[in-house]
Design a binder for this molecule. Structure first.
Ligand code: FPP
Length: 251
């Protein structure tokens, strides 16, 4: 346990939306002489534990990077294993999602997913639509540049058809055409696994997010690791381009 976590409980400031890059499954497995897919299987357990802890902390949105556009170029066996894990996880977890008040959503170029995965997602999204405790947004076949390109194509189409005017485009127009249109921007972005990169994840949405890099491999991430990130977030001052004095006057 870190010295911070054994200190008397300080009041945590809870972000509304936490986004996570779940990295380190492969290295976790390699360290133990296991196949990479075992790391992904343990990654599913870590996701379940983190989701539960996030709901208990009062976080309203949790977005997790489960499969990037770039991940399509991994060895076929690993891609296939991740897709079957996704389908079986959705089937096995949906009843507990409902029981625990978790609404499932997905972002990304979902049309590239195998039909079985698309169908499982559609069914679970529909089955959990009325759940209100926390929203779990799974990024699948997702990359930020691909999302922005798809949004831009759509905006260009609407301009060409006369439904939008090129002179009246605003930042909100862009936000409203992204996959995340229905969700607030993330306040805190966590990356596990020791690398300190954003890797094409929520580039537009995370413009003002606090970044937290954890050396913990994703399968070992848990409530305590999440608490550490929340403690770091609590200690940060979010200025959104203003001065420290302005922010203190607003508080
Ligand atoms: C990154 O680790 C992780 C992934 C590409 C997959 C994430 C998937 C899960 C956590 C499984 C559970 C999720 C669902 C929705 C079923 P990596 O393989 O890049 O690790 P490495 O950097 O150590 O090689």
């Amino acid at each position: 346990m870190s010295p911070q976590s054994s200190a008397p409980t300080t009041e945590l400031r809870i972000p509304e939306h936490v986004a996570i890059i779940m990295d380190g499954n492969g290295r976790w497995a390699k360290q133990r002489g296991l196949p990479r897919t075992d790391g992904h299987i343990r990654g599913q357990d870590a996701l379940r534990a983190t989701l539960r802890a996030a709901a208990e902390f009062g976080i309203r949105y949790l977005t997790v990077y489960a499969f990037s556009t770039e991940n399509w170029s991994r060895p076929k066996e690993e891609v296939d294993a991740l897709m079957s894990l996704l389908v079986s996880a959705i089937h096995s977890e949906t009843p507990s999602l409902i029981e625990e008040g978790v609404r499932l959503e997905a972002i990304g170029n979902l049309s590239r997913l195998p039909e079985a995965a698309q169908q499982a997602l559609r069914e679970s999204i529909q089955a959990t639509a009325a759940c209100e405790r926390i929203t779990l947004i799974v990024a699948l076949s997702y990359s930020s540049r691909d999302e922005i390109l798809r949004a831009t194509t759509q905006i260009a189409r609407e301009v060409a058809e006369g439904r939008l005017s090129a002179d009246s485009l605003t930042e909100e127009t862009i936000s409203a055409h992204l996959d995340t249109a229905a969700f607030p921007d993330p306040d805190l972005l966590i990356r596990t696994g020791g690398e300190e990169r954003i890797s094409n994840y929520l580039l537009w949405q995370a413009a003002y997010a606090e970044l937290f890099f954890s050396s913990v491999y994703w399968p070992d991430f848990d409530r305590e690791a999440l608490r550490e990130a929340l403690e770091a977030y609590t200690a940060r001052e979010r200025r959104f381009g203003k001065t420290s004095e302005q922010i203190q006057l607003e508080d």
